[in-house]
Design a protein around this ligand. Structure first.
Ligand code: FES
Length: 164
């Protein structure tokens, strides 16, 4: 996983520069810079490309190359709820295929790299670091292990502020 979607701060060049200047010197590279901006704003807007290029003294093309290479770096604001479903090997061994089928049936989606059910985005992930407790999902950055579709529904409802 490259990064989580957590930032809520509204975009501004000044806030972006503050976020980049807070990076330790050894992390002043393109990927950590983009991750820092995503952690701050929830995504990396087009305006950030020039900011990062200038800050790191690299070309805009280099920044765009990294930004478009990593699927976890968002270029548009995230929806209210982002559910990442781990489909890597350890979770496969613990039943994620059945979970995916249940999610697809429950939410009326076909789980692709990025699928939408209203204001909920479902993404495939390739290891969330919770391999011993698979199948694992992450809802708005909150990790949930030993997951079944009931736990997915409860986590989505909680993230949407729906009372049980
Ligand atoms: S393989 Fe699913 S959390 Fe690691």
């Amino acid at each position: 996983m490259v990064s989580d979607v957590v930032g809520q701060e509204p975009w501004s060049p000044e806030a972006a520069l503050r976020a980049l200047e807070a990076l330790p010197v050894e992390e002043r590279l393109i990927l950590p810079s983009l991750q820092r901006l995503q952690a701050t704003f929830g995504y990396v807007p087009d305006e950030a490309i020039g900011t990062v290029a200038e800050f790191l003294n690299v070309s805009r093309a280099e920044v765009v190359g990294v930004l478009t290479y990593y699927h976890d770096l968002r270029q548009t604001p995230p929806p209210a709820v982002v559910v990442q479903v781990c489909v890597a090997e350890a979770c496969q061994a613990q039943g994620v295929r059945d979970l995916v089928a249940d999610i697809e049936r429950e939410f009326g989606i076909a789980l692709e790299a990025e699928s939408h059910a209203g204001a909920v985005e479902f993404d495939k992930a390739y290891c969330l670091g919770d391999c011993a407790l698979g199948p694992a999902i992450m809802v708005n950055g909150r990790l949930i292990g030993r997951c079944d579709v009931e736990r997915v529904k409860a986590a989505v409802d909680a993230a949407q502020g729906v009372m049980p």
